[in-house]
Design a protein around this ligand. Structure first.
Ligand SMILES: Nc1ncnc2c1ncn2[C@@H]1O[C@H](COP(=O)(O)OP(=O)(O)O)[C@@H](O)[C@H]1O
Ligand SMILES: [Mg+2]
Length: 321
């Protein structure tokens, strides 16, 4: 089914360095959310806070009635079983083959027999397209395969919540498209609540139901995909369209002089909102809503030519038109 993850007033500092302040959002059950933000804004810290690896000073993260920021170690141990996590580097044990890597959580957290473990491992390896590679060591395979192996491992305990940190870093555009399709297919199949951190603008436009943006030590915006893709909010617009004009500078925020110099610069029009990526077996997502519904309900005029099949092509770079 997936479960809601209700984050309220979350604040985290390391010593004197504030990472983010008062982050409030709810990941809706069974939906895919993507979190964006310039490097170093604390996206990975947020993921780690959700599984209790990092303790925020203030706020709560409530999952099935339990606040993981204040619960006992015992409750935290139980809640963690709801999560599957794919860290940025895949975090595979280098000396174990893929089979043993994927089997690891089952051997660690369950009392299942080896034959039952084999059935589950092979099912997940099949799901991510890695049948035949079980005996390979992580060092012998490509980055894309390592990520898929990490995903298989994140899936073996049948998670209700999947946290995925930069799955596309270091992947070429074609493999990025394959992994995006895999997320959408998995989401339709297992119904889990997804939170994906990515920098890939094309993925952000077509994969999620919800988009969030961390910027300047706070959550600048979080909401339905159509809301952010039609937003005129300068920082959202700049980030989602990869522009230099806007409040985000090369290293930090731009200063007042830089912003004043940009004041009269015309921004390129917002590109059309593409159709959402659908599961490859043609079955709609559990959370799928009609294209343009959010815009209609909220009286927002989407950018021209939005929600057309060909707008998917033009934003994924497959067509120059
Ligand atoms: N365990 C830690 N101790 C101290 N500082 C940390 C720790 N983890 C992350 N940071 C700092 O928090 C900031 C945000 O890091 P991170 O979440 O990795 O950013 P992002 O994933 O958005 O690129 C960085 O300045 C980083 O140095
Ligand atoms: Mg990170």
């Amino acid at each position: 089914m997936g479960v809601d993850v209700a984050i309220k007033g979350l604040t985290k500092s390391f010593g004197k360095q504030l990472i983010w302040n008062d982050v409030t959002l709810t990941l809706p059950a069974g939906e895919i959310s993507v979190m964006l933000g310039p490097s170093g804004t604390g996206k990975s810290v947020l993921l780690k806070s959700l599984i209790g690896l990092i303790k925020p000073e203030k706020g709560s993260v409530v999952i099935e009635g339990v606040d993981i920021c204040s619960c006992s170690e015992k409750d935290l141990y139980e809640i963690r079983k709801l999560f599957g996590v794919l860290f940025q580097d895949g975090a595979m044990f280098g000396s174990m083959n893929l089979y043993d890597n994927v089997a690891f959580p089952l051997r660690e957290h369950t009392k299942k027999s080896e034959s039952e473990i084999r059935r589950i491992v092979m099912e997940k390896m099949d799901l991510v397209g890695l049948i035949g590679a079980e005996m390979k060591l992580p060092g012998e395979i490509s980055g894309g395969m390592r990520k898929r192996a990490g995903l298989a491992r994140a899936l073996v305990l049948d998670p209700e919540i999947l946290l995925i940190d930069e799955p596309d870093s270091g992947l070429d555009p074609v493999r990025t498209s394959f992994i995006n399709q895999l997320f959408v297919d998995l989401n339709a199949q297992i119904d889990a609540t997804f939170l994906i951190v990515t920098h890939d603008i094309h993925s952000v436009r077509v994969v999620p139901d919800q988009i969030g943006l961390l910027y300047h030590k706070h959550l600048a915006m979080y909401g339905p995909r159509e809301m952010l893709l039609s937003s005129d909010e300068p920082v959202v617009r700049q980030f989602l369209n990869a522009q230099t004009v806007g409040p985000i500078g090369m290293s930090e925020e731009k200063d007042a002089d830089q912003l004043a110099a940009e004041k009269d610069m015309a921004l390129p029009p917002l590109p059309p909102i593409p159709l959402q990526l659908e599961p490859s077996n043609g079955v709609p997502r559990k959370s799928q809503r009609p294209p343009g519904e959010w815009c209609r309900q909220n009286g927002v005029t989407p950018p021209p030519n939005s929600f057309r099949a060909d707008s998917v092509l033009s934003t994924s770079g497959a067509s120059g038109a």
